[in-house]
Design a protein around this ligand. Structure first.
Ligand code: AP5
Length: 219
């Protein structure tokens, strides 16, 4: 199964991708997570990406296309994947189609999560992440004293780009650069939009029903 989870920042792509990855036993490939790891490890990629990310801007296409080619060509992705955060521009989407053609594989579906913009900003403000394993939390799930990840004991932190001003800018960048991709994928008949306003388990169930209905088998 090869799918893309699509939508604005904070819509729940990472949350749902992690659940599906467990369910279908395929990797969740998040370009945001890959970039944050590169920044943390101070790799050449991280050094290049850091400033764009902290300001809520997109990392240039040539860097992102190179990164995704490397990851999707690796053994880890050979049985399928859930892409989260890529593509984000028409140039990235075209490069991804060209890569799939070279690799002789096909994209099964692009699933867009729809959430009202005010709710997206609220979700981003309330998000906390584990610095170690990347588990995603929101403040409503945590009591005041909880500062450590329930899975690995790592420190919980607020992403620099989740501060309200940067979140709003990321949403503007999404509307200008990324939202036009909906038409790109609609035209190719690979696009489905679902309601992301519902609770996490309800959205997960909707995704599962959709994927299984489309005949995408569990591994
Ligand atoms: P990235 O990490 O991809 O950020 P994003 O797309 O903005 O998405 P988010 O991670 O913010 O949100 P999400 O949809 O995954 O929501 P989540 O599940 O966490 O990218 C970061 C930066 O990297 C970019 O700004 C850019 O600089 C760079 N970058 C990455 N890819 C790039 C690319 N291809 N090209 C160029 N630059 C790139 O949920 C959010 C919160 O809501 C959580 O607290 C969660 O618990 C909660 N929540 C989730 N679902 C629900 C629900 N149903 N109800 C209530 N709360 C919910």
């Amino acid at each position: 199964m090869r799918i893309i989870l699509f939508g604005p920042p904070g819509v729940g792509k990472g949350t749902q991708a992690k659940l599906l990855a467990e369910e279908f036993a395929i990797p969740h490939i998040s370009t945001g997570d890959l970039l944050r790891a590169a920044v943390k490890n101070k790799t050449p990629l991280g050094m290049k990406a850091q400033e764009y990310m902290s300001q809520g801007n997109l990392v240039p296409d040539e860097i992102m296309i190179g990164l995704i080619e490397e990851v999707l060509s690796s053994k880890k992705a050979s049985k399928g994947f859930i892409l989260d955060g890529f593509p984000r521009t028409v140039a990235q989407a075209k490069a991804l189609d060209a890569l799939f053609e070279r690799m002789g594989i096909a994209l099964d579906r692009v699933i867009s999560l729809r959430v009202e913009h005010d709710e997206v900003i609220r979700r981003l403000a309330a998000r906390r992440m584990c610095r170690q394993c990347g588990r995603i939390y929101n403040l409503h799930q945590l009591d005041d004293e909880t500062t450590k990840c329930q899975d690995c004991g790592g420190e919980l932190y607020q992403r620099e780009d989740d501060k309200p001003e940067t979140s709003r800018h990321r949403l503007e960048v999404y509307l200008k650069e990324t939202k036009p991709l909906k038409d790109f994928y609609r035209r190719s008949g690979r696009f489905t939009q679902i309601d992301g306003m519902k609770d996490i388990p309800v959205v997960h169930k909707t995704l599962l029903d959709l994927l299984l209905k489309n005949g995408l088998p569990k591994e």
